[in-house]
Design a protein around this ligand. Structure first.
Ligand SMILES: NC(=O)c1ccc[n+]([C@@H]2O[C@H](COP(=O)([O-])OP(=O)(O)OC[C@H]3O[C@@H](n4cnc5c(N)ncnc54)[C@H](O)[C@@H]3O)[C@@H](O)[C@H]2O)c1
Length: 253
């Protein structure tokens, strides 16, 4: 039987990269998926892929920095797709080019909105699962892709936000475990998505980035999606409060 049969998932940042692949994978595992993104066209494309392969999907234009919109997304998903079992707080921006306030607003406060409203919502509706996208930058500091000694642009905010996501994951797992809500995070290494395209374009960056991952290559969004589908499923029924590195060994040394 499909791992997520009869489940309903709300995925933020579902219009691209990790969120899109996770939406496709969860749908393949039997879930109905609400594809939420600030980029509504991206979300529509993802939902179209799911519908064209016989799955059930909805589309929601959502900016995770807007608390009321995140709260409303829970009831919209429930009324449009018939329930809500899985919330994947995945939307994020690269630190570079966005500055402190925006990076914290999207990558940390956006996840907080999903937890603050999502955890009690799931608890009040029979329990569920929350997954947050952290990063290796939630576990360790980053080095410069340009291989200079400078602090990489945006790294302070990105690392602070992702470490915050790790803390929130543990806190919400502790508080909501007794109420039937599991809360975990995934910490991806460098994954080939539109977010990392500018970094990969820097001279020498790809071989440098590959060298940071003992497996010797960058990751694919499908590899994060399979971890998300696992954590969302009953196969992970005794797993809560963990931060799962899916990083080709990046944080192993
Ligand atoms: N790609 C990597 O190497 C990598 C590594 C570690 C962690 N991550 C994290 O994974 C998550 C997904 O990143 P990705 O690589 O798929 O990037 P991506 O740029 O391909 O996708 C991010 C999506 O989030 C959406 N988004 C951005 N701000 C939003 C907002 N305020 N509200 C709603 N949606 C918003 C974008 O429109 C986009 O569709 C992010 O949280 C990112 O920090 C990525």
């Amino acid at each position: 039987m499909a791992k997520l049969a009869d489940k309903v998932a709300l995925i933020t940042g579902a219009g691209s990269g990790i969120g899109r692949e996770s939406a496709l994978r969860m749908a393949k595992e039997g879930a109905a998926v609400m594809c939420a993104d600030r980029d509504v066209e991206g979300a529509e494309t993802t939902a179209g892929f799911i519908q064209n392969s016989g799955g059930k999907a909805g589309v929601l234009e959502l900016d995770v920095t807007q608390e009321k919109s995140v709260a409303a997304a829970l009831t919209t998903t429930t009324s449009e797709l018939g329930g809500l079992d899985i919330i994947f707080n995945n939307a994020g921006v690269a630190g570079a080019g966005f500055g402190w306030d925006t990076t914290i607003a999207v990558n940390l406060t956006g996840v907080y909105h999903g937890l603050f409203h999502g955890a009690p919502f799931l608890a009040d509706h029979g329990g569920g699962v929350i997954i947050n996208t952290a990063s290796v930058a939630g576990l360790v500091g980053l080095t410069s892709v340009a291989q200079t000694e400078e602090l990489p642009e945006g790294a302070g905010a990105y690392v602070a936000a992702k470490h915050g996501v790790v803390g929130l994951t543990k806190q919400y797992a502790v508080t909501f475990g007794p109420r039937g809500v599991r809360v975990n995070a995934i910490a991806p290494g460098y994954i080939e998505t539109p977010m990392t395209a500018p970094a990969r374009d820097i001279d020498g960056a790809i071989s440098y980035l590959e060298s940071l991952h003992p497996i010797g290559r960058l990751g694919q969004p499908e590899e994060i999606a399979s971890a998300a589908a696992f954590l969302a499923s009953d196969d992970a029924s005794f797993i809560t409060g963990v931060v799962l590195p899916v990083d080709g060994g990046y944080t192993a040394r």
